[in-house]
Design a protein around this ligand. Structure first.
Ligand code: ADP
Ligand code: MG
Length: 462
């Protein structure tokens, strides 16, 4: 036992090298393991971590037992049966036997990893820059386990939680991680809206069997399929049907599927029961609302990433007042950064209070304003509010701008003139022209109809 403890660090280093375990994985699963006791031929290891639940213990056992046994045997010459236990369990045993263990502080990984190359995965979202708190610890651990062992243990992974709480971030982190570890893995990330549009596109050209074949080739040859915001396909018959077959085909081949939604399957009333049973085969993990400490930690992380200076009192003001959506915390921060850079001044509390009025309106459900619409549309298309208001004529900007014109015109009472001013001082005839163009498209084209419907739900989820 003494020898084992003395050589423990050496064993772990050798394990990491031998099995090429990534740092974040090593930090999450291996480093927290401590030698607890040897009894008969069994070596008990305590997993000293805040996320020491049944899931984590189970996963470590499945994934690392054999590598541990082998490495220990190589370093010490002795072969043990490995048993991994929680700190609580260790304490129970300790009470019975009076064995002492020392609890050690776990250090968080800080290394930033970058993965590039697959157009569907955004390298900005990684495990390294995902702040773990009570609300998302389980989801983060589950996502990491899937990222390390795609298709092996937890299939599908179903992540759910309210808007802006990190579902997309975690999915993208899984993608980045897998790509980093194994660049040949074929990963496909789609929003359910993209999936829907492709199904519809196919049905339109259904006289052409090759279109369907192309679709199936695309979706059924991937190693990892991620479908974000699955709630939007519910009730769309043809899309659900196609997704069901895609799911079954991939699952049968042991390919990993990751799904996100705003609710658990049991609360999706119109979801077919056959889906519910499929989703039950895998692992479900929810993300709840972050507490104050977690909100503050996330805010600090974003401020650090963006290299910005912001007073502690203003950080507190944001973290205290924006409680249920991390995207809004980021939005508030971005607004202050933009203001500070434009006006070339430091943000004071007065400025923050004035600029963040729209974000911070406790107990009142947010009013749908043209500003809000423009922000949501910009985010949906992954462009900036500045681009929306600019003279840029690229179609990637023109179309979102026209959609914003349409939505401002139909969802608010603002005048055309006011909308025009917000969109870079455009004249009211331009606004009416843009709004009409989208309105015509909605009547003629199902894709546009779906797109606008999705954005509307983002603006006003009720
Ligand atoms: P969802 O898909 O659940 O609506 P997102 O994953 O898009 O939410 O998250 C919204 C924003 O908040 C993203 O920019 C994301 O990086 C950030 N975010 C959410 N949770 C965290 C977290 N735990 N750590 C760091 N950033 C987070
Ligand atoms: Mg999302």
């Amino acid at each position: 036992m003494e020898e084992l403890v003395k050589k423990w660090d050496e064993i772990l280093v050798s394990l990491q090298n031998e099995y090429e375990i990534a740092n974040i994985s090593f930090e999450s699963w291996i480093k927290p393991l401590e030698v607890f006791q040897i009894e008969d031929n069994s070596l008990y290891l305590v997993y000293q971590s805040e996320s020491s639940d049944k899931f984590a213990l189970n996963y470590i056992s499945k994934k690392f037992k054999t590598p541990l046994r082998t490495t220990i045997a190589e370093v010490t010459g002795a072969e043990y049966e490995i048993i991994i236990i929680s700190p609580e369990k260790a304490n129970e045993i300790k009470k019975e036997k009076n064995v002492s263990i020392n609890v050690q502080e776990i250090s968080k990984p800080t290394e930033i990893r970058r993965a590039m190359g697959n157009s569907t995965i955004n390298p900005r979202y990684t495990f390294d820059n995902f702040v773990v708190g009570r609300n998302n610890r389980f989801a983060q651990t589950a996502a990491l386990a899937v990222a390390e062992s795609p298709g092996e243990f937890y299939n599908p992974l179903y992540l759910y939680g309210g808007p802006g709480l990190g579902k997309t971030h975690l999915m993208q982190a899984i993608g980045n991680y897998i790509e980093d570890q194994n660049p040949n893995t074929h990963i496909l990330y789609v929003t359910s809206e993209e999936f829907t549009n492709e199904v519809i596109e196919n049905m339109r050209t259904s006289n052409n069997a090759t279109a369907m074949q192309r679709f199936r080739d695309k979706y059924r040859t991937v190693d990892v399929l991620m479908v974000d915001d699955i709630q939007f396909i519910i009730g769309k018959e043809a899309t659900q049907e196609e997704f069901f077959h895609t799911f079954n085909a991939l699952h049968a081949m042991g390919k990993q599927i990751v799904i996100s939604s705003d609710k658990p399957p049991k609360d999706m009333e119109t979801l077919d029961d056959r889906f519910k049973s499929r989703f039950d085969m895998g692992l479900m993990a929810d993300i709840g609302y972050p507490d104050y400490e977690t909100r503050m930690a996330i805010l600090n992380k974003k401020i650090e990433e963006k290299n910005f200076n912001l007073d502690e009192s203003i950080r507190k003001y944001i973290a205290e007042n924006i409680q249920s959506n991390i995207r809004e915390i980021e939005g508030a921060l971005n607004k202050l950064i933009a203001f500070s850079r434009l006006e070339k001044i430091d943000i004071t509390m007065d400025i923050a209070e004035r600029e963040l009025q729209n974000f911070i309106s406790p107990n009142i459900s947010r009013e749908v304003t043209p500003q809000l619409i423009i922000e949501v549309v910009a985010e949906h298309f992954n462009i900036t509010v500045d681009q929306m208001a600019s003279k840029n004529r690229a179609s990637s900007v023109v179309r979102p701008r026209q959609i914003a014109m349409y939505l401002c015109n139909t969802m608010t009472d603002s005048s055309l003139k006011a909308i025009g001013l917000l969109l870079g001082g455009r004249d009211h005839t331009t606004i009416i022209h843009g709004a009409n163009k989208i309105s015509d498209e909605i009547n003629e084209d199902e894709n546009t109809r779906n797109l606008v419907e999705t954005i509307k739900k983002k603006i006003n989820p009720n």
